[in-house]
Design a protein around this ligand. Sequence first.
Ligand code: NAD
Length: 460
Amino acid sequence: MASNPGGVDELNAAALVAGLRTYFRSGTTAELSWRRQQLRQLRRMLAENEPRFLQVLRQDLHKAPQEGFMTEVSALYGDIDHALKHLKKWARLRRASTPIVAQPAKSYVQPEPLGVVLIIGAWNYPLQLLLSPLVPAIAAGNCAVLKPSELAPATSALVAELLPRYLDRDAFTCVEGAVPETTALLEQRWDHILYTGGGRVGKIVMAAAARHLTPVTLELGGKSPCIVADDANMEIAARRIAWGKFTNAGQTCIAPDYLLCTERTAERLLPAIEQATREMFGDDPQRSADYGRIVNRAHAERLAGFLADGDVIFGGQVDVEERYVAPTLMRNVSVEAAVMQEEIFGPILPVVVLDDFSKVEEFVNGREKPLALYVFTEDDSTADRVLSRCSSGNACINDCMMFMTAHDLPFGGVGSSGMGAYHGEHGFRTFSHFKAVMKRRSILDLDLRYAPFNARKFKL
Ligand code: NAD
């Protein structure tokens, strides 16, 4: 299957899905040897073209090659290697007990692939967020269509070029495009849709899926709080927060969105964050080779608009032409202001100062459930209390974002930050159906359950 160089006019989405479904029904994709081979091919695609992938990530988002490698390419190697290592175990039959009324029999759970799945990616990690869900989709034995984000055009074009050269063309297709192409794809009946992006489009995806009773995984966003207690190690916290917030110029779905702390903490923490940021990107981050750019002009302008919502402590420079927004820390922001109402998704970190640390849970719980929650404290009971009282998709104690590195942790949102999860075996489960099977034999057929239910069988 080829992608659609001619755009939506050349995209016959119905024929595309029908072709993939026919191939799926041939049973080829169910073979573990085929799945392994496709995973190895995906790895080869990345390894043989690594410099090109790092180059398109720089083109789309000015990612430093080291950052592109760390957060996108090497994360994918990890996903693939983990899937190859555990595939046999994930795909095995799971024995279950059989009750006495059903004896003699064997009961087991048999994982089976769902069929033809759609994966819609976002632009901020345009490679990783597209291919990371593909790994479990392959491991579980599915055919898939990938729809990369049109806002990262260089990465989208490279995936569309290389995918058919490495993977089985009868099973995988990359469809490039924007709203018209995505709309055409969403009209089709899929066996699963995994969508990464904002909640507004998430609702469109879910409504389209509902027409066909298609299950969805929605990897959305939200305002992820970063809570710093008075007893935190301020130096370490500042470094990790600056890294979590300013990597990829803040365009990370799990970046800390805002800081929550007391005045006593703010006095020590904010200068330490400024210092940590200078150490990473120098006095003028615009000239740093390691600092990213905002994906497009419109988003740079949107971020510039937030700067009027409070006092800028450091940063605040914007160069829309260059899509540059400096790492910025803000104070005295009203909780009613846009910067505290909308997901920031950029390198601006507002600080909300509470008069008493005990109010953090109330503050967090007064808002939508976030995708991530961070709490910095040296006291386990403080961390336990915050985590047990506040719901979030994922959480990290004394760091930001690092849960992403653990293959055995499910990655997903809750409430308005999403539904369903993937990564490691959780991804395999997302793209599989776990079929309950009972295997009986034709011996010993007690007539107790068959009518007529006379007094000989039952006395109520
Ligand atoms: P988006 O919702 O604008 O776009 C995502 C995809 O949807 C794109 O492929 C796009 O072509 C398609 N799309 C856009 N408008 C559409 C429409 N009207 N109909 C059908 N399809 C349409 O999201 P975005 O701006 O790319 O990403 C930003 C958001 O994504 C943030 O909220 C962020 O937190 C979230 N995000 C979440 C994760 C996660 O893993 N949970 C990762 C990255 C980003």
